[in-house]
Design a protein around this ligand. Structure first.
Ligand SMILES: Cc1cc2nc3c(=O)[nH]c(=O)nc-3n(C[C@H](O)[C@H](O)[C@H](O)COP(=O)(O)O)c2cc1C
Length: 192
């Protein structure tokens, strides 16, 4: 079974992380997940629910059959480059996360895993969300892109005639799976 690591950070759009995890599972992936404390706070603000912890957050958002790691679990299997993971996805990625990883700072499991992906030359998607972007953000994103990361804005298209927020999330999830060459039917393709 192919393996994917997904981390949610404190940018707006935790729903993208949930959508991507479900899309990966539909594609037959085993998924390892974590979330920062700020992701948990944003999830509460964005879903209007209260969560005891990240386990509760994933459970209440219908994420099942995943391996959940605490964000401070520096001894987690995925924290080591010797543990083979097929791809790494950070969604949504905060600019704080982008800045820290661009500068080699691994202060939690999400940042460490991104660092591992870069050093091991494994696929890493950073689905960032912020607006507007400062020069510092842009330079950090360029640094990550130049280091092999795939930097994608959490910016859905509208040509597939979305009717709901879920349709927009599915579009973005599909684009993330597409860039990783993972078969999916998350969204209706142009002229198909
Ligand atoms: C409601 C809310 C929305 C936020 N949205 C964003 C965002 O879209 N992008 C971003 O970079 N930071 C955003 N932030 C700020 C981050 O949560 C903050 O910088 C945090 O320290 C990031 O921590 P993390 O990278 O460890 O998750 C938001 C904060 C709050 C409270």
């Amino acid at each position: 079974m192919k393996k994917s690591f997904v981390a949610l950070t404190g940018a707006s759009g935790v729903i993208y992380g949930f959508g991507i995890i479900k899309a990966l599972q539909n594609a037959g992936y085993q998924v390892y997940v974590t979330a920062t404390n700020e992701a948990l706070l944003n999830a509460q603000a964005e879903t209007g629910q209260q969560y005891k912890d990240i386990n509760d957050m994933f459970e209440n958002n219908h994420i099942k059959d995943v391996t959940i790691y605490d964000i401070n679990d520096s001894g987690a299997a995925v924290a080591s480059g010797s543990f083979k993971v097929d791809n790494y996805i950070i969604a949504p990625a905060s600019m704080g996360f982008v800045g820290r990883v661009a500068n080699g700072i691994s202060s939690n499991l999400a940042e460490r895993c991104a660092d591992v992906a870069i050093k091991e030359r494994r696929p890493l998607v950073i689905l960032f969300r912020e607006m507007p972007l400062s020069n510092i953000h842009l330079e950090n994103l360029l640094k990550l892109n130049n280091s092999g990361a795939i930097t994608m804005p959490a910016a859905p298209g509208f040509y597939h005639k979305a009717e709901s927020i879920n349709d927009l999330v599915d579009f973005v999830s599909g684009k993330v799976l597409d860039i990783l060459n993972i078969e999916n039917n998350c969204f209706k393709r142009w002229k198909s």
